[in-house]
Design a protein around this ligand. Sequence first.
Ligand SMILES: Cc1cc2nc3c(=O)[nH]c(=O)nc-3n(C[C@H](O)[C@H](O)[C@H](O)COP(=O)(O)OP(=O)(O)OC[C@H]3O[C@@H](n4cnc5c(N)ncnc54)[C@H](O)[C@@H]3O)c2cc1C
Length: 430
Amino acid sequence: MIHDEHPAIANSLWTATAPTPPERPALEGEVEADVVVVGGGFSGLSAALHAAEAGLSVVVLEAMTPGWGASGRNGGQVNPGLKEDPEAVVARFGEDMGGRFVRLAGDDADYLFALVERLGIDCDPQRGGFVQTALNAAGLGPLRERARQWQALDRPVRAIGRDEIAELLGFDAYAGGVVHETGGTVQPLKLALGLAAAAEAAGARIFARSRATAIEPQGERVVVRTAAGSATGRRALVCLNGYGDGVHDPLRRSVVPVRSVQVATEVLPRNLRDTLMPKGHHASDTQRLTTYFRLSPEGRFVIGGRGRFDDARVGGDQAALRAIACRMIPDLADFAWPYAWGGSVAMTLDHFPHLHLLAPNVLSSGGFNGRGVALTTAMGRVLAEWAGGKPAEALDAPVTPLRPIPFHGLRGIGIWATIQKYRLMDRLGI
Ligand SMILES: Cc1cc2nc3c(=O)[nH]c(=O)nc-3n(C[C@H](O)[C@H](O)[C@H](O)COP(=O)(O)OP(=O)(O)OC[C@H]3O[C@@H](n4cnc5c(N)ncnc54)[C@H](O)[C@@H]3O)c2cc1C
């Protein structure tokens, strides 16, 4: 079970199948480092690793334990690219910055798997390819256009039709889709714990149960306070994504936290599991309300999708996911679903991840819009480069002004109304 979490979203397959992490101390007293990282998910841990490997001294402050947030709970789908297609990224950020951002995102799955291999992280990596599915002919057009744009950049992305998608997934539910050949899967909590261990091996100090309560730029330095101490650095990186809190309220209000939930079956018998995604692919659909699915390393069917923030009612969303899975693959109805869990993703209004300078020596990263396993890991290198002195405009991702979302407190109601509307439209195929 995920510790210190509501039971309705705590029963995680990944927690059950990861090794028990080492106890890490809470920060007590005052420490100094070149870089102070706030948040111990993929973003913060990868940034800490890259900064430490570059010779900087690093302290990480994590409110709970490393990987406790989205990084230890997600679908483990290593999906290259951004939500937006390459040409839209370039149109938005210009040829130079847009081009660099597209390369960072287009190559992020390669980057993650190379990092895992270099560091020998035991996280069950598998590179079957990422399939984005379209339910009907109307959904195929944008996917063909996506494939065209990536092919123009020499990336292995191709459109497929009904027969091939049925063959790759092992069941016939979609009109077609695209395959991103560089995609794959990992056990996400094992990846987070492996990044934490690698960062420590490179010299970073990680403090658990050390929630930052204030970030105070003081001249050339920045002081990050916790209940029992403080960490002072030349630069701070704030990596909270969908778990932003009062430590920086405008940052918290610049993203919309949205719940994503997952369920997993018992281990399926070999004769069934060999028919599902037989070449190791995983998939995510392109309905307005995305569902995503894969097999776990030991052969469970794992499916996820949007959930509500009301913990008492999230069971209904998990039941809906089980029903979707059994509709697609009727044989799954014969098996138990012993795991159900969830977490927060951070959405932005423009669908792009955001880097913001909160002060001249404080950079935040977040808003990964449910597409963060590969990108946060690659973004860690970008964050570390800034911490090492690279100017913001020379980074491979755009640094944009921080804009809190108006009426942020009411967004939850709006999101739920939108989800109901989109569910209906998806069901009607319009
Ligand atoms: C259920 C689910 C399924 C998903 N599936 C996928 C998927 O299959 N593929 C994909 O690409 N993406 C997926 N995502 C999104 C992906 O997990 C995230 O984009 C990514 O993990 C974000 O990493 P992060 O390090 O930025 O944030 P997080 O991993 O959320 O880490 C933020 C950390 O900050 C800590 N924190 C908060 N406040 C403070 C404070 N004041 N002081 C110190 N620490 C603090 C939190 O405890 C937390 O550990 C999914 C997300 C969820 C929730």
